[in-house]
Write a protein that binds this ligand. Structure first.
Ligand code: GLN
Length: 457
């Protein structure tokens, strides 16, 4: 098929579906069709095609593409046009991908439901009254609704895995350092990761293979070589003999019985395929949510200090002094959740409280990481739920930020430990809502995640 035809179909699908789903913040059909035309010209010239030639891909609006909007879901970046392109985005373009649009998300990726976007929420394609998850809800919904073959999202505390679970698609959290953060508008730099969404494990593996790898523009990016994930999957030997750990702490109080049943049936599938299922313990799990919300807000308060009305996007009019201009710009430009986190973050970093909160959280982060390192001496990967429930209703948790934070219980642990993870569909609720299984792997062992996930999908 011609890239032009594929991409025209995808653009028509966006036109037809996105009025109700609202996954896209900006589309630019002229640019998209010109990209596709270049692929078709290349094909006509007889040249060999790059690995993602003509594949329609959407980009979460926290990642930059030179000359295009990058709002991060915030009013404070309205009108901003980045003068550079994120490395992950650049690598997709070099691999022949065609960009169909920039995608809606929670403001600065802060949220679990997409309801914190300054541009309005995304709706779950499986039930329009429910959230798609967050913060990369638009990226998950776009794939689920056929408006992109793959998308990029970001995951700081669950923002790829949880929306993938809510929307019934595959989402990958690469190991910290695997994918460059260059060109990602930062939320919490020690936790932020860029990763793919796709309808199948193989597609997700193919996209990760393209975006992964060392980048001198990100000092935390790893020099380790990147395996050919997709080729390895094609040659896969299944999961016979693989040891899979099931941590008791993730199956305790608060887990919806339908989610539990779906994960249990996924585990039975893996057992039937020859995996050895072992009960394990990750004893510090109960400290993960408070630890995450101290570290993430502390880093966010530092990262967001750059949005001052001078350097980017919005500037509030009619201020007499510089400090009044800063104040008014931030008051108008930031939403309630972002303000809440800046306040929390500056509080936990303040001189009198640093030891009690920030330093303590760093110490607990080490303990949580050691839990995983100990477990990975016994098992090759770990199986858990992604979220305590399937997708909840729009508005259900907006009045209670703490209840929203607590629902991140199963995802923030891997974020703090820097390990990799994947969310793969493993069942449905009685009402037809998708349920994902989370598989967690050792640092830089994404290959094992793909092997295990392919049995379950
Ligand atoms: N839900 C978490 C939060 O609100 C995670 C967000 C993310 O991963 N970007 O911080």
């Amino acid at each position: 098929a011609k890239a032009g035809d594929i991409v025209r179909n995808t653009l028509a699908r966006i036109e037809a579906e996105d009025a109700r789903i609202h996954a896209f913040l900006s589309v630019n059909p002229d640019y998209t069709l010109a990209q596709a035309q270049r692929i078709d010209d290349l094909a006509a010239s007889g040249a060999s095609l790059p690995p993602l030639a003509g594949v329609p891909i959407g980009i979460k609006d926290v990642l930059t593409l030179e000359g295009f909007p990058a709002t991060a879901g915030s009013k404070i970046l309205e009108g901003y046009r980045p003068p550079y392109t994120a490395t992950a985005v650049r690598r997709l373009a070099d691999a022949g991908a065609v960009f169909v649009g920039k995608i809606n998300c929670d403001e600065f990726a802060m949220g679990s439901s997409n309801e914190n976007s300054a541009y309005g929420p995304v709706r779950n394609p499986h039930d329009l009254d429910r959230v798609p998850g967050g913060s990369s809800g638009g990226s998950a919904a776009a794939v689920a609704a056929g408006m992109a073959t793959a998308t990029l999202g970001t995951d700081t505390g669950g923002s790829i895995r949880q929306p993938a679970s809510f929307c019934g698609v595959v989402g990958v959290l690469p190991t910290y350092g695997r994918v460059s953060r260059y060109g990602l508008i930062a939320f919490a730099s020690s936790l932020d990761r860029v990763g793919p969404f796709a309808a199948t494990v193989r597609d997700a593996a193919a996209v990760l293979g393209v975006i992964a790898g060392h980048d001198p523009l990100d000092a935390t990016s790893s020099p380790l070589p990147v395996p050919d994930y997709a080729a390895a999957l094609d040659a896969t030997t299944g999961v016979a003999g693989l040891r899979l750990g099931v941590p008791s702490e993730y199956f305790a109080e608060g887990l919806d019985p339908e989610v539990r049943a779906a994960i249990d049936s996924g585990i039975e599938q893996l057992r039937a395929a020859g995996a050895e299922i072992k009960p394990i313990s990750l004893p510090h799990t109960r400290y993960a949510v408070p630890t995450y919300y101290v570290i993430a807000t502390a880093e966010a308060s530092a990262n967001l200090a750059r949005f001052d009305g001078v350097r980017y996007g919005l500037r509030a009019p009619e201020s007499n002094t510089l400090s009044a201009m800063y104040r008014k710009t931030r008051d108008l430009g930031f939403g309630a959740e972002v303000k809440r986190r800046i306040l929390l973050g500056t509080y936990v970093l303040s001189a009198g409280y640093y030891d009690a909160y920030y330093r303590k959280a760093q110490q607990v982060r080490r303990l949580l990481t050691d839990d995983f390192l100990a477990a990975f001496r016994e098992v090759d990967a770990i199986i858990t739920p992604v979220a305590p429930t399937p997708a909840f209703r729009l508005g259900e948790k907006t009045d209670d930020p703490v209840s929203m934070y607590l629902a991140d219980i199963y995802t923030v642990t891997a974020s703090l430990a820097g390990i990799c993870g994947i969310s793969v569909p493993c069942g449905k609720s009685k009402t037809g809502l998708p349920i994902g299984m989370q598989i967690l792997g050792k640092h830089f062992d994404e290959s094992t995640l793909f092997r295990v996930a392919q049995i379950v999908e």
